[in-house]
Design a protein around this ligand. Sequence first.
Ligand SMILES: NC(=O)C1=CN([C@@H]2O[C@H](COP(=O)(O)OP(=O)(O)OC[C@H]3O[C@@H](n4cnc5c(N)ncnc54)[C@H](OP(=O)(O)O)[C@@H]3O)[C@@H](O)[C@H]2O)C=CC1
Ligand SMILES: O=C(O)[C@@H]1CCC=N1
Length: 269
Amino acid sequence: MSKGKIHFIGGGQMAEAIIRACLAGGTLAAGQISVSDINEGRLGLLKTKYNVDTESAQEEALSGAELIVIAVRPQDDLTALGALIRQSAAPSAVIVSIVAGVTIAQLGDYFGAERPIVRVIPNTLTATGYGYSGVALNAAASLEQVEAFLLGFGKVQVLDESYIDIFTGFGVAGPNYIYYFIESFTDAGVLAGLPREQAWKVALENMLGAVAMLQQTGLHPRQLLDINNSPGGVGMHGLYELNNSDFAAGLQRSVLAAVKRTTELGVKK
Ligand SMILES: NC(=O)C1=CN([C@@H]2O[C@H](COP(=O)(O)OP(=O)(O)OC[C@H]3O[C@@H](n4cnc5c(N)ncnc54)[C@H](OP(=O)(O)O)[C@@H]3O)[C@@H](O)[C@H]2O)C=CC1
Ligand SMILES: O=C(O)[C@@H]1CCC=N1
């Protein structure tokens, strides 16, 4: 992105994570960023922590912005935001919506279909360099307009919009499953009698090492499972019990529920 201004509407958890990553990585400077939020407490916090502009009138910030990031919840008043943007933003300003479930067609209804509109589902591993954000663009937008900004908080996959809800429930909600697995796995070590500190270290090391094994060998997980389990041995007895728990189907049902919820969030009330 050029040194142009970027305005965030909604300064909640996700906006903050994006701002933090972009500032830390040097993608944006604080002087380029303005934020508006109906919650004064959030504005005070963002000003103190990141020295971004939270004081300019919203109309002024909108009229000078090259990118406008819509970072409110799907349930918030997008109709009112649409009126504000139509009134104050430059026609060339790119609307970047991170609102889960809300489609490009709906965004066009709110903000004007002739504008460049980019629907992004941002990954939440923002400052780590890991994690894919899913991106779909309308006909007036091009990837060049937003790519540098998006790469400031992770990797990017440009997708047909029909995949974005799946990408949200599977990929962007994905770290939930890993966090939950690590917590449960650590508890298993503690349940078996290992001190928590040891169990925690082993759980993290196993997670990192298993991913490295898959990447380095190029083998399928089933092939590594085969190598890791001697006949009648320890690992196979453990896996038999995991099979009995319906683990795989439970995980898959959970992802399908997250995808379904994404689509529900985009349905206009
Ligand atoms: N958190 C996540 O992991 C992810 C979130 N997203 C999407 O990002 C969006 C934001 O989520 P998240 O940051 O978690 O939510 P938050 O609730 O933390 O942030 C939303 C903020 O927007 C404020 N707000 C509401 N209406 C307006 C308005 N009209 N003008 C200005 N500010 C307003 C809210 O204030 P108040 O609280 O007072 O209402 C709140 O501070 C959602 O659409 C979500 O789907 C996408 C991917 C991941
Ligand atoms: O739970 C949420 O609404 C957001 C979208 C995907 C992950 N977190």
